[in-house]
Design a binder for this molecule. Sequence first.
Ligand SMILES: Cc1cc2nc3c(=O)[nH]c(=O)nc-3n(C[C@H](O)[C@H](O)[C@H](O)COP(=O)(O)OP(=O)(O)OC[C@H]3O[C@@H](n4cnc5c(N)ncnc54)[C@H](O)[C@@H]3O)c2cc1C
Length: 306
Amino acid sequence: MSTYPHGLTADASFEITRPNVPTLDAILGHAFKALDHGFVRVIDYMGDDAAVVQMARVSYGEGTETPSDDERLIRYLMRHWHTSPFEGCEIKLHVKLPIFVARQWIRHRTANVNEYSGRYSVMSDKFYVPSGSVLAPQSKSNKQGREGGYSESDKDVLTRCLTDTMKEGHEAYRAMIEVDGYDLARELARTVLPLSTYTEFYWKIDLHNLLHFLRLRADSHAQYEIRAYADIIQALVEMWTPATYRAWVDYRRDAVTFSRMEMEALRKWIAATYPTDPEYGGSGPVDLLEGVSDRERKEFIARFAG
Ligand SMILES: Cc1cc2nc3c(=O)[nH]c(=O)nc-3n(C[C@H](O)[C@H](O)[C@H](O)COP(=O)(O)OP(=O)(O)OC[C@H]3O[C@@H](n4cnc5c(N)ncnc54)[C@H](O)[C@@H]3O)c2cc1C
């Protein structure tokens, strides 16, 4: 037994070392560029793939039959929505992003945030101007999107219009806080700034909720500008927890769900397309499945058995 301050005693025979991920350690603080003036940088992290496994194993207790292979366990957890072990890992990012992207980002309530204060400090003079390649008209089929493109001359006109209007807002802001005799409070002057103005925050989130964020924001339905950040964060997650990332890609990002009606249609279609095999209840192109375990094969069959 060892003794510690406040009269604490502890059995120190069980020692562990703090997990560290050399790939992520090597890029701590590096600013990965996003859009025209934004970035994402990793400030700190806690845990790794092994920490997910360590957290999961407490569920089963010593001596209980468990999957021996760590990656297999991670894939099992992901496939069966056993999500709490992923909450054992955390990451803290420093993000610089336009205000309109921050508004979408901040809707993810399961993170801890501290943002640059426009009351206390002078707002950045940097604002986002979409590049010509992402300028597009309002989509006709998706009210929340853009589609198509513009001629080079239209792009020039629109870029000038966006830039001039944003510049005007910033010039008015600077004038109101700097010109003698006005000295307007920063908390009021900022109201003329465009939504394209860059802000910054520290954002700390656990791995489970980060993957949920990525599922929504790295998706093709998300706005391009937030996707630009989500794509960087996906790469960071792959460096940090590669086995969890692979499981997430397979069972979340690139997976789809089917409604009851769609499942019924699929069952009928599969039964009609493939010869009846009594072992599989007449429902299975299981032999087409590649790279999955026997257990997953059985789960797939069960889903189509009806
Ligand atoms: C493509 C797209 C379009 C969108 N369009 C709009 C829009 O037009 N208007 C708009 O307002 N929003 C819009 N959103 C935002 C969206 O509705 C969600 O608010 C946002 O994606 C955050 O998701 P979340 O609540 O699941 O995440 P988080 O806040 O991180 O929460 C994660 C999960 O925790 C649980 N949770 C967290 N807080 C609570 C709580 N207080 N009560 C109960 N459960 C909780 C929920 O299960 C939730 O799914 C859009 C999002 C996307 C991706």
